[in-house]
Write a protein that binds this ligand. Structure first.
Ligand SMILES: [Fe+2]
Length: 193
């Protein structure tokens, strides 16, 4: 198989038809194989770093059938706050650098949310991160060095949710509480924090 972005995208459409489990199992292998091919890795142009926040660039998408592949550049010590992907999956492939991924379980506390940390992992160049809405729907990412990653979403969804720190609450035994905000993931600028 020629590892072009278009071929990979066609293959992802096929995998997506097989369901969520196939998507989470097979897309990481597909991306790793493609990325090991210098013709593919050289063809991926990541967005330029600007300032302290990460930058996103849409590489390819199909608004009707679904998949979308984004390229993200992370300066050292940048942060994607806790968020979900509209109840859908996501596969991230780390092309360069090191990312710290935290998974949370959200618990409703009145009008706000507590986020219980359920897993912390460091992923480095060549690794993948699988976001399974049944397990780690809410997650945050910190870059531990200057990094680059590819993000594959099964659908071209626009709306998702981000958790913003709201208060430290005595009422709920001294927990950090968050409020949920809707964000539009299809706009490059709105997801930058
Ligand atoms: Fe995410």
């Amino acid at each position: 198989m020629i590892h072009s972005l278009e071929n990979i995208f066609e293959k992802i459409i096929e995998i997506k038809r097989e369901g969520l489990t196939s998507f989470l199992n097979e897309v990481p292998t597909l991306l790793k194989e493609a990325y090991d091919d210098p013709n593919f890795s050289k063809s991926i142009i990541f967005p330029k770093l600007k300032g302290e926040n990460y930058s996103r660039k849409l590489l390819i998408s199909d608004e009707i059938i679904g998949p979308a592949i984004w390229a993200i550049s992370w300066p050292n010590s940048s942060y994607a706050p806790p968020h979900n992907h509209n109840g859908e999956a996501c596969v991230n492939y780390i092309a360069k650098g090191d990312l710290l991924v935290r998974d949370y379980k959200e618990i409703k506390r009145g009008e706000k949310y507590e986020l219980n940390l359920i897993n912390t992992e460091i992923k480095s160049s060549g690794d993948s991160i699988g976001i399974d809405p049944r397990i780690n729907n809410v997650h945050s990412i910190n870059s531990l060095s200057e990094s680059q990653s590819l993000h594959v979403y099964p659908s071209y969804y626009e709306n998702s949710e981000i958790f913003e720190f709201s208060e430290f609450s005595k009422k709920y035994n001294g927990l950090d509480l968050y409020i949920k905000k809707r964000i539009n993931l299809s706009k490059e600028e709105e997801y930058e924090n």
